[in-house]
Ligand binder design. Structure first.
Ligand SMILES: Nc1ncnc2c1ncn2[C@@H]1O[C@H](COP(=O)(O)OP(=O)(O)OP(=O)(O)O)[C@@H](O)[C@H]1O
Length: 262
């Protein structure tokens, strides 16, 4: 899945939270989103999950089934845990029987059995977070997006998060996780994206896997051909932009420009 030149502001004349963010995550890959408080991590995750639409730019290749776990589960709803999860399963496209089966599975796995008939507003924050996790996993997600998943969970459930992430990855799904507690170490091998000043920077791996970004200009009429050839050679196209788009290059380009990595 690609986020291509994504810009976002919450209000028409408000400040830009994201300004030309370009990142990708592939099947079986996880990325941890880092950055100081208020920098735009949740915003980026919500765009990836399809909860927010970018003001500019686009998201391509988003898997059909997305599991979205917000930082704070909205527990102010008049449902029991069981009723809520069954309805969530139906909304996710499961039949009644499939939803019942999935709810039983996740209620057991996350230790929610004693809370099955409890109403959501009566749950502790940690238990409500587990309901948030369960609803995102009822139907195996092609993309799982977790906003600060360790926040508020008890020690046992915290241990479970990397296990759940591993299972989604093993099934060929992608996972995005934000983290300001430094729990990232629990997801070895994950890409690291740092949000700062509206951009998203990927920490450059060292050694043979290090990548460089090369900007090049091609005639507009040959962009599609050039992109196809570069992709065929195994390069990652980070973005393609036209002459009138906001510049990010240090030197103004004379025509349509594309940035290519690796
Ligand atoms: N619904 C909204 N309306 C207006 N501004 C918003 C809204 N949501 C977030 N913002 C603003 O956008 C900026 C980025 O917020 P965001 O929640 O994405 O940051 P964050 O990095 O996830 O923060 P934290 O680490 O505190 O969760 C902040 O300045 C925030 O105040």
């Amino acid at each position: 899945m690609w986020l291509e030149d994504v810009w976002l502001r919450y209000h028409r004349r408000g400040p830009w939270v994201l300004r030309g963010a370009t990142v990708c995550v592939g099947p079986g890959e996880a990325a941890v989103v880092l950055g100081r408080n208020g920098v735009g991590k949740s915003t980026l995750l919500q765009i990836a999950a399809g909860v927010l639409r970018p003001s500019r730019g686009r998201v391509t290749g988003r898997p059909t089934v997305v599991g979205w776990v917000p930082e704070r589960f909205p527990a102010d709803q008049p449902f029991t845990v069981g009723g809520y999860l069954t309805a969530a399963g139906r909304v996710a496209g499961l039949s009644r029987a499939e939803a019942d089966q999935a709810v039983r599975r996740w209620v057991d796995r996350l230790g929610l059995g004693p809370f099955h008939a409890v109403r959501l507003p009566q749950l502790s924050k940690g238990t409500a977070q587990k309901v948030g996790l369960a609803q995102a996993l009822l139907r195996p997600p092609g993309l799982l997006v977790l906003d600060e998943p360790w926040e508020g969970l008890d020690a046992g459930a915290r241990e479970l998060v990397p296990e759940l992430v591993g299972e989604v990855l093993a099934d060929g799904g992608s996972v995005l996780v934000s983290d300001h507690r430094g729990e990232t170490v629990r997801l070895p091998g994950a890409r690291e994206w740092t949000v700062a000043d509206g951009s998203v920077l990927e920490r450059a791996p060292s050694g043979d896997t290090a990548v460089a970004v090369v900007e090049l200009a091609v005639p507009a009429a040959r962009v599609a051909d050039a992109v196809a050839r570069l992709r065929a050679d195994g390069h990652h196209i980070l973005r393609v932009r036209g002459h009138s788009d906001p510049p990010t290059a240090t030197r103004p380009g004379a025509g349509p420009t594309s940035e290519v990595a690796r």
